[in-house]
Structure formats: structure tokens, C-alpha cells
Design a protein around this ligand. Sequence first.
Ligand code: HEM
Ligand code: HEM
Length: 192
Amino acid sequence: MVRQAAIRYTAAFLKTQTLPAMKPDTSNAYGTVSRFFHWIMAAGFLLMLFTAVAWTLNEDYFSLIDLHKSVGFVLLVLLLLRLLWALGNLSRRPQGNLLVKLGHGALYVLMAAVPLTAMLRQHGSARGGLKVFGVEIMNGAPEKIEWMTRLGNEWHAPLAWALFVLAAGHILMAVVHQLKGEKILNRMLGRD
Ligand code: HEM
Ligand code: HEM
């Protein structure tokens, strides 16, 4: 009896609650889903930068490599979902000029190329599979595959540093436009 009354009361209470509405992408601002992908991934890339800088300054911190690989893979999965969302909402989103389009496009290409080159090397170097937070999600090749190893060795780190430089330029431009009164930052902060 008491249990049923409690369930009925909870159901009636929940009916009175409304979730904050999810905002769609519009020509003035990015919606809830786009902002979620943007900020969670920005935090992820900051963590990647932190691991790379840490072991560049002190090689003992190469112990962070498992975290680096795991977060890197999660970022690739998020990127795929973000890309699908962006393509599905392309006509509804804020439209930038050609330079903005090229800049965002280059960020997308690098965000994909950086983890992919590392994953190809992981497979091709025949040094075991890729573990993401302890779970093996890709096996390693039984024998070394030269082109995959070389691709990763030659491109992963330089492309990753280029991505960080481009992202720094992107952040600078967002702040400069905001200070000039163009309110570009508001588009990614959910303010109209
Ligand atoms: C998604 C974003 C990723 C970013 C931004 C990133 C960034 C970087 C950077 C900047 C370095 C160079 C550090 C240095 O100069 O010493 C590096 C190295 C490395 N990364 Fe990543 N990484 C990513 C994903 C991955 C993934 C998914 C893997 C594993 C499959 C991985 C494995 C490695 C390894 C083994 C190294 C050391 C060897 C080397 O310098 O190439 N990374 N990463
Ligand atoms: C403090 C850090 C950051 C700030 C303040 C920031 C700010 C912004 C702003 C204001 C926009 C909208 C620009 C417009 O519509 O013209 C934007 C879009 C974008 N940002 Fe950032 N950003 C940051 C970090 C990053 C990072 C680290 C990346 C990638 C590595 C990135 C990738 C993108 C991309 C690809 C877009 C296009 C919209 C989308 O498809 O998500 N941002 N950012």
C-alpha cells in the first residue's frame, strides 16, 4: 500500500518537472549537442596536450601513455559522432566566411588524422593491440607492417603539434572577435 502510494506520488511529482529544453543549432548559435561535443572534446585535447608536454619535459611521465592512448581513441569516437551531427545540421548552423570554413575544416581533418596515424602504427608495429582503459579494442599485427609504422612515426607527432598550434590560433581568433564586439564566443556558450 505504502509502496504503491510512494510510486504514485513520485510519478505525479515527476510529471510536474520539466527538463531544460535542448536547444537546436540555429544560424545565430550552436545548440546543446554541438556545444556538448565542442567543450567535452576541447577538454579532452587539453588533456592530450598535458600528457605530451609532461613527457617531453620529463621522460618519466611517458608512464601517461596508456591514458594518452585511451583518451585519444575516445576523442576519435566523439569526433565521428560530432561530424555526423555537424553534417546533419550544416544548413542550420552559424555560417562563417571562407577562411572560417577552411579553419574549422582543417581542425576536423587534423582531429581525425592525428589519432588514426597513431592507431595504424599501433597495429602495424606488431607490439600488441590497442587497449582503451584496459580493454583491448584493436589487435596488433602478427608481423611488422612497414608502411603503417612509418606513417605513424613520421606523421603522428608533427600533425598533433600542428593541431595544437591551429587550435591556439582558433581560440585567439574567437577571443579577438569577442573583444571587437562581434560576440562570436556567445555562439558556443549558448547565449543568443
Ligand atoms: C586524438 C588525439 C591525439 C593527440 C592530440 C595526440 C598527441 C600527441 C603528441 C603531441 C605526441 C608527441 C609528443 C612528443 O613530441 O613527444 C604524441 C605522441 C604519441 N602518441 Fe599521441 N595523440 C593522440 C592520439 C593518440 C592515440 C589514439 C594513440 C595510440 C593509438 C597515441 C599514441 C602515441 C604514442 C605511442 C606517442 C609517442 C611516440 C610519438 O611521439 O609518436 N596518440 N601524441
Ligand atoms: C578555450 C578553447 C576554445 C574556445 C574559446 C573556442 C571557441 C569557439 C567558438 C566561439 C566557435 C564558434 C565559431 C564560429 O561559429 O565562427 C568554435 C567553433 C569550433 N571550434 Fe572551438 N574553441 C575552443 C577550443 C577548440 C578546440 C581545442 C578545438 C579542436 C581541437 C575546437 C574546434 C572547433 C570547431 C571544429 C568549431 C566549428 C564548430 C563545430 O563543428 O564544432 N575548438 N569554437
